[in-house]
Write a protein that binds this ligand. Structure first.
Ligand code: SF4
Ligand code: SF4
Length: 218
């Protein structure tokens, strides 16, 4: 179940890393609330429930299988509702459930032409080429053809900055407020043969650029 929880801390905006014109903060508490709500609810129905985030198993492959979104070049789940701006939690259970199927709304094809996250990444931790089986280091999963993030470069950058980063979220054209109809229309067009035009338009309109902190706070 995705929840919008980003950015986690106002100090990130003060550092100027991940704000853009279209971002609206959502309550981080949602995630813990939902996790703490689902587990006892399932147990009260008489079934087992084991909450997990990226411990036990990484969440993104499950989320893709569950139809919550598609995988992007930035190594993140891109959802239709919140773009890459989600944090995932999951609950293992033996409760019988109807399940959804993977969805496709053109992210993979759009990422082939976009590359904005990889170009913007200050740690050069994201790939510019095609999806491959190549692993960067022990932190990557073997045997999957995909865009693999060099997590050690990424986290090394976080450690050096003494904070997190998320430029790859801020710069992503899917980082939009999809309550607005024009962004929903653009998302649909991005999944068609007009994707190159949409990409050019997105850059021309200035989406994904870093805002000055005084403009964000003002
Ligand atoms: S969080 Fe920052 S350093 Fe890490 S992959 Fe994204 S842009 Fe690069
Ligand atoms: S910034 Fe572009 S290439 Fe990167 S995940 Fe978003 S759409 Fe894909």
């Amino acid at each position: 179940m995705p929840d919008v929880t980003f950015p986690p801390d106002p100090t990130d905006e003060e550092a100027g890393f991940e704000i853009n014109a279209d971002f609206e903060p959502f309550p981080q508490k949602n995630e813990m609330f939902r996790r703490s709500w689902w587990d006892p609810t399932i147990r009260n129905l008489g079934y087992e429930a084991i909450p997990s985030m990226n411990d036990t198993a990484t969440s993104i492959p499950y989320a893709i299988k569950a139809g919550l979104g598609e995988y992007g070049r930035n190594g993140l789940l891109i959802t239709k509702e919140f773009g890459p701006r989600v944090r995932l939690g999951k609950v293992y259970t033996n409760l019988p459930l109807a399940h959804d199927r993977p969805i496709h709304f053109g992210v993979r094809e759009f990422c082939q032409i976009c590359k904005r996250c990889a170009q913007a990444c200050p740690a050069k931790a994201l790939p510019l080429g095609e999806p491959t089986f190549r692993v960067n280091n022990i932190s990557n999963r073997k045997g999957v053809r995909k865009w693999s993030v060099d997590a050690e470069k990424c986290f090394g950058f976080w450690a050096a900055q003494n904070t997190d980063c998320a430029v790859c979220i801020r710069s992503c054209p899917y980082n939009k407020d999809y309550r607005k109809w024009w962004h929903r229309a653009a998302r649909w067009l991005a999944g068609t043969r007009l994707c190159r035009l949409l990409f050019a338009l997105d850059g021309w309109m200035g989406y994904g650029r870093r805002l000055r902190p005084d403009r964000w706070w003002g």
